[in-house]
Design a protein around this ligand. Structure first.
Ligand SMILES: NC(=O)C[C@H](N)C(=O)O
Length: 336
């Protein structure tokens, strides 16, 4: 039986057309482009249904409400299709892929997020390779988790990150190698793919959460942190140096202590692209742990932010949130 894949087109460059203001997504344009490309209709390819969203977006306009729309769309069509492809802009693709990984629990079908850097309708577009491969993989490879396909690599969604503004190798999975590489042969990294259970799919709704993100820089003043933890902030991500260090400055640490008293979770995520937070490597890191800051280990900022949204959207205590942030829920971090 030919597999049938559901493609949700949310917007993004893959279906865009030039306008006087730059690229914009245009209604029906992707469907018309796809219909005119014979590769997508070859007998080896799965059948697919393209569902174009009514509000096509540049992904820089995406919000948690849109993550919710996508998750509900997958849930409603879950039993009818063999796999799901989310066509999405690249700018916030890693955030959406991370969010979906938390919202969709016990997946028994593949969900692949992809898009392109050049519109599918243009010469030299990377959209054809990305979508063609994503369709082929969704039909033929049992990788039952939220993943992101780009430039011939399938990465775990919540490990992915946009690392190149204008290159085709736009995504990387810096702390967890790809799940699959599509070269002359298609090589699955079996040990890396999440195991499948028998439990039914659960979809946890998320709502937008006020989360502060502060990048530390030399000379940062305590006032910056004071402002970042003012109401209505529900959590703070501290983008720290190296293995999780910050200035051992009393005024700064006082603000973090205040956050702890106000029961605002503060998560220590490194500014470095690769590697992990170890707050006990240096006295400067230990000082953070002592005022209740918790480690993001090797999570990306995107995964950290999406995970906070997922947890803050549930009725969980400060203790539960800080503890779950340090646990591996969907393969997003490697605790040690
Ligand atoms: N390549 C892209 O898709 C970028 C576009 N601005 C978007 O994220 O929607």
């Amino acid at each position: 039986m030919k597999k049938h894949i559901y493609i949700a087109y949310t917007g993004g460059t893959i279906g865009m057309r030039p306008s006087a203001q730059g690229y914009v997504p245009v209604k029906d344009f992707l469907a018309d482009t796809l219909a005119a490309m014979p590769e997508f209709h070859r007998p080896e390819m799965p059948a697919f249904t393209l569902h174009e969203y009514s509000q096509l977006m540049d992904s820089s306009d995406m919000s948690p409400h849109d993550w919710q729309v996508i998750a509900e769309d997958i849930q409603q069509n879950y039993n009818e299709y063999d796999g799901f492809i989310i066509l999405h802009g690249t700018d916030t693709m890693a955030y959406t892929a991370s969010a979906l990984s938390f919202m969709l629990e016990n997946l028994q079908k593949p969900v692949i997020v992809t898009g392109s850097q050049i519109p599918l309708a243009e010469l030299r577009s990377d959209g054809q390779v990305n979508l063609l491969n994503a369709l082929y993989l969704a039909a033929n490879y049992p990788i039952h988790e939220v993943s992101l396909f780009f430039n011939n690599r399938l990465m775990r969604g919540n490990r992915s990150k946009k690392i190149h503004a204008d290159g085709f190798a736009a995504f990387d999975s810096p702390n967890f190698g790809p799940l699959l590489e599509a070269g002359i042969s298609i090589d699955v990294q079996r040990g890396k793919v999440l195991p499948i259970g028998n439990a039914p799919l659960t979809v946890t709704p998320v709502t937008a959460q006020p989360v502060g993100v502060v990048t530390l820089y030399p000379g940062i003043s305590a006032d910056v942190l004071r402002n970042a933890i003012l109401q209505p902030v529900n959590a703070l991500i501290l983008l720290s140096y190296g293995v999780g260090n910050a200035p051992k400055n009393a005024a700064l640490l006082d603000q973090l202590k205040l956050a702890q008293q106000k029961r605002i979770p503060v998560i220590n995520c490194t500014q470095c692209l690769r590697g992990r937070v170890n707050m006990h490597g240096y006295a400067n890191g230990t000082a953070l742990a002592d005022v209740g800051v918790v480690s993001a280990y090797d999570m990306t900022l995107e995964a950290c932010l999406a995970k906070l949204h997922y947890l803050l959207s549930q009725q969980l205590s400060y203790e539960q949130i800080t503890s779950l942030m340090q646990q591996d829920l969907r393969g997003e971090l490697t605790p040690r």
